[in-house]
Design a protein around this ligand. Structure first.
Ligand code: 0O2
Length: 209
């Protein structure tokens, strides 16, 4: 029956998602090491907190369908960059770029793509640094190179993005015009907050960080 087919597909997909979980675990360890070691050397932890998720099978199928990509269990990872996602929240904007540089210097981390929505915010005011990275995952009989979307942002950027997401979904993608303008202006306030916090931070950590 169709239902049995659907269940089979979902189960197969779940099995294939395991390597994405492993890739996330690898990256989480790398980030935790950077956080703790940088803190011990410089008395400043560049990472406030980290979260992660593997996209749900239903979410993967929905996105493939929506974007018109092949509904194919062998190739979904080629089409979608955000099957695995890690979000790194940093205290200051300088930390965002510092963490990115530290990751980029690691030989087993390939940065495939960078989208700098801090230098170039989205029209609605969204800011964050997005990286698509690829890292090797060593399995019992092979090595898989797995893509992970890494979103780096400050606490202020995360505050804005989290609330924007909550508010926007109420409007089903069609918010009133004044709503969009008001959100944009709150994003500018968040950006000013980041700038002023960065200045305070620099006064305290003059040379070392
Ligand atoms: P979720 O639930 O977080 O996974 P695409 O990923 O194909 O839709 P693109 O251009 O490749 O598009 O991705 P982009 O713009 O680099 O960013 C995708 C992710 O960034 C989103 O994932 C969000 O997590 C975040 N993001 C991008 N723009 C906004 C925004 O305006 N507001 C908020 N709150 N988050 C944003 P998903 O899949 O949309 O959602």
């Amino acid at each position: 029956t169709d239902l049995a087919d659907d269940l089979g597909v979902l189960r197969d997909l779940e099995r294939r998602l395991l390597v994405y979980k492993f890739a996330i675990e690898e990256l989480m360890t790398k980030l935790r090491i950077l956080s703790e070691e940088f803190d011990s050397v410089h008395q400043h932890d560049p990472i406030e907190h980290i979260s992660n998720r593997v996209k749900k099978p239903e979410g993967i199928l929905e996105k493939l369908r929506r974007k018109g990509f092949p509904l194919d269990l062998d190739s979904f990872g080629d089409w979608l960059d955000d099957v695995a996602g890690v979000r790194v929240v940093c205290p200051f904007v300088s930390d965002v770029y510092r963490v990115k540089e530290m990751l980029a210097r690691q030989h087993d981390v390939e940065i495939l793509r960078t989208k700098d929505y801090i230098a170039q915010p989205k029209p609605n005011g969204y800011r964050s640094l997005h990286l698509i990275v690829r890292i090797p995952v060593f399995l019992s009989d092979r090595v898989e190179h797995v893509k992970v979307e890494v979103q780096l942002r400050t606490i202020a950027m995360d505050f804005w993005a989290t609330l924007e997401h909550k508010l926007f979904y109420k409007y089903d993608d069609h918010p009133p015009a004044d709503f969009v303008g008001e959100l944009m202006s709150t994003a500018m306030i968040a950006a000013q907050l980041d700038d002023r916090m960065e200045s305070l931070h620099r006064r305290i950590h003059r040379d070392d960080v």
